[in-house]
Structures are given as C-alpha cells and as structure tokens.
Write a protein that binds this ligand. Structure first.
Ligand code: COA
Length: 386
C-alpha cells in the first residue's frame, strides 16, 4: 500500500519586508543577504495573526477540498508554540470545527518535528488505511534586532493530509536518522526570540547531512544517482546549497554542479518567505512541485534538520496526475499580495510582539481567522464572518 502526502497547502504572514530595507538601515551590503544568504524578503504577520491562525488558513484549504471524513488525528509541529501546556492543534481544532472524536497533539524539536509527525502519521495510516492524518507545521522565526540571525526571520505554515493512495507524494519506507545533543540554537522558556550559535549550527547541520545519508543508505534507501531532486530545510536558502555540496562529496556524485543546480526550484518560495522553521523543508517541496515543469515519477529526497539536533532524510515518488492537486496560482498570489512595510514599521512590530498580560490586537487581517488578544490569561481566537 502506498502512503504519503495526499494534499499540501500553505499560508504565510500578510506583510513583507524587502531585505534591501534591512540592509540600508543596518549598514549592510545587500549582496550579503541576497548572494551570501540567498534571502530577498521576509514574511511578517499582522498583530492578529499567529502560528494558529496561519495554520488554520493552510488547513482550511485542505478541509474545503476533502472534508473531514476519516481525519481522526491532528499533529501540530512547531517550535514557537503559543502555550506551554495546551497544544496549538487544539486551538486549530476549535477554529476549524473539527470532529470531537479526534486526537490532537503538538510536537517539538526545533525545525525538525513536522518530519517526525509525517512518519508517525504514515504509521497510523499503515495500521488503519481508511484513516487520514492532518500534519501541520507552523512557525514564526524571530531573532533579536541587530543580531546576525535577523535577516533570516520569516513565518509560514504548511498543512498536509496524509493518507493511503496519496495524490502528491508517495513516501518510501527507508529513512536516514541522526541525533546529537548539542547547543547550536535554542530558546529558553522565558524568551520570545531564539538564541543561536549561527556558524556552529551550520557546522552541525552539515555533520547531520553526512550522518543521515549513511544511515539512509544502510536502511536500504536509494542510491544518490537514483534521486532526482533534493529538498532541504532552508533556514536561509544558501544553506541548502552548502548542504547539497556536502552531500555530493559524501555520496561521490558524478556531476556535483548539475546536481546543485537542480536545487533552484526548491528555493523560490523560501527566498521570499524567510525561515518558517518546521514548515521550511515542506515549503521547499511545495516550491519544487509548483515551479518545476513536470516531476511525474521523479524521486524526491527531503532532508529535515532541527537544531539541538535531530535530522532525517527520506524520499518519495511523485505520482502521475499530481499537478491537478496543486494550488500554484493561489500560492503565488499569496506571496505577491503581501503588503510591503518599511523598516520603521517592521521594528515597531518586532518590539510589540512581546506583549504580555491582557491585551486586544488591532483588527488587521481580513480573515477567515483572527487572534484577538488575551483575556484572563486565555488566548482569544475568532472566526471572521465572510
Ligand atoms: N557580498 C556577498 N556575500 C557576502 C558579503 C557581501 N558583501 N558579505 C558576506 N557575504 C557572505 C559570506 O561570505 C557568507 O557566505 P559563505 O558562508 O558562503 O562564506 C554569507 O554571506 C554570510 O556571511 P557571514 O559573515 O557568515 O554572516 P553572519 O555571521 O552575519 O550570519 C548566519 C550568518 C547564518 C550565522 C546567521 O544569519 C544566523 O545566525 N542565522 C540563524 C541560524 C541559522 O540559520 N543556522 C543555520 C542552521 S539551522
């Protein structure tokens, strides 16, 4: 039985900062961001939009198309959760009016956990082939103003429906795993911005590529030459290029330059969104599916990395007819329709993000879901009547 991604949908913040603004105001050569990091824009959320409402916008597209029949599990992957105890998935369950007979859970391991969710979901479907699982990755990547991570911020959500006989990607059983207890990136409970040892995190990422690849091969995974495309976690898109160069060495690829060039279509969305942590590797996949001419029958590898650190490499085959299940125009429109803001507004919003206590948020988003603020220590989510 084939199991995998039956549908995939995206959402991101409705505002955008062009990195040339950030370069100008921080006295940085824009070439560092564009050529050095491979980043051009960053998505930013309005005050009344967060990881839950972004996730709800992405998931709604799947529910509108497929309904909720057979969905008995929701896995919400995030490293920027809104509550230490309650799953962001339960807020989402409420907003979308999902059936009461559903198991809902939040998973965390930096940028990696949506990949674990995908594998857990495949296990559920293998056991109960009529069931479907919603896997959602949603994050807001934030670093301190003036820090080296600042140009790599962003936000985004990806929702996926995992089922038998999938229309978009048939996941193959072999997976390469790698874990090491390191402090390359972390966010203590009392902080809203991440702490990062940036260059060390790049080094650990590259070590994990090698480790996960060897395990993938030992687990019976495909040879390098039999993999057509590679989608990497992209904290900044240049990281995918560095990672793939490393893999071409480790796997002794016959034509490394051509292989690196084949990453191009996987980086189109993340260059404009910035880092979306758990969603990033799936944005790379979506970017490939939406922007490559025709990848029918091709084998795609996904490399997922979460600092701390856990990595996994796995592959899938794109089935015939996948194009009919995409939302190419909607996804491009979503990026083009974002409102451009200047450096001053970006800075104000960054500072205001840290509100505590009771507060209302300004009505900024045009729906269908809003984060309305905090009352009695309870986050308020509302559905906006259309
Ligand atoms: N023109 C062109 N390229 C330039 C440049 C210029 N004027 N100035 C710098 N660059 C290049 C550098 O050579 C470097 O490229 P290289 O790595 O291929 O040599 C790149 O731009 C970044 O410059 P660097 O000095 O390393 O940047 P930095 O120290 O300010 O920060 C990160 C880079 C990635 C460490 C930082 O953005 C960060 O901490 N990000 C968050 C953590 C992260 O994403 N980790 C990745 C693994 S999860």
């Amino acid at each position: 039985m084939k199991i995998g991604i039956h549908d995939i949908a995206a959402a991101t913040g409705s505002l955008v900062l062009d990195l040339s603004e950030l370069a100008e105001h921080t006295g940085t050569d824009i070439a560092k961001f564009q050529r050095g990091l491979g980043q051009f824009e960053m998505s930013i959320s309005t005050e009344d939009d967060d990881i839950v409402t972004m996730a709800a916008r992405a998931t709604k597209q799947i529910i509108d198309r497929h309904g909720t029949d057979g969905i008995r599990t929701v896995m919400f992957a995030t490293e920027t959760g809104v509550d230490q105890s309650k799953s962001a998935g339960v807020f989402l369950h409420g907003l979308l009016g999902l059936p009461a007979n559903t198991r809902v859970v939040e998973l965390k391991e930096a940028c990696y956990s949506a990949t674990a969710a995908l594998q857990f979901a495949a296990g559920i479907v293998a056991r109960k082939p009529k069931e479907k699982v919603l896997v959602i990755a949603s994050d807001t990547a934030r670093y301190e103003l003036g820090s080296s991570g600042e140009p790599t911020q962003g936000c985004g959500a990806i929702a996926m429906l995992i089922s038998a006989n999938p229309a978009v990607l048939e996941i193959e059983p072999a997976a390469g795993l790698w874990t090491s207890d390191v402090m390359d990136f972390w966010r203590p409970n009392d902080r809203s911005t991440a702490l990062v040892d940036g260059h060390y995190s790049m080094q650990v990422y590259l070590e994990s590529v090698e480790g996960a690849w060897h395990d993938f091969r030992a687990a019976g995974g495909a040879e390098f030459a039999d993999i057509d495309y590679f989608c990497y976690h992209q904290p900044f898109t240049k990281m995918a290029v560095k990672a793939h160069r490393k893999l071409t060495e480790v796997a002794q690829a016959a034509n490394p330059d051509a292989s690196v060039a084949s990453l191009e279509e996987t980086m189109i969305y993340n260059r404009r969104i910035g880092n979306s942590y758990t969603a990033s590797v799936f944005y790379a996949l979506l970017s490939l599916l939406d922007n490559a001419e025709d990848v029918t029958g091709k084998r795609v590898a996904l490399f997922s990395y979460g600092s701390g650190a856990v990595a996994e490499l796995f592959t899938g085959i794109v089935p015939a007819g996948y194009q009919a299940h995409l939302r190419r125009d909607e996804n491009r429109r979503m990026l083009d329709a974002r409102t451009t803001i200047g450096y001053g507004e970006y800075r104000d919003r960054h500072i205001k993000f840290d509100q505590t206590g009771a507060y209302d948020t300004a009505v900024e988003s045009d729906g269908p879901y809003r984060f309305a603020g905090v009352v009695d220590n309870k986050r308020q989510y509302v559905t906006v009547a259309s």
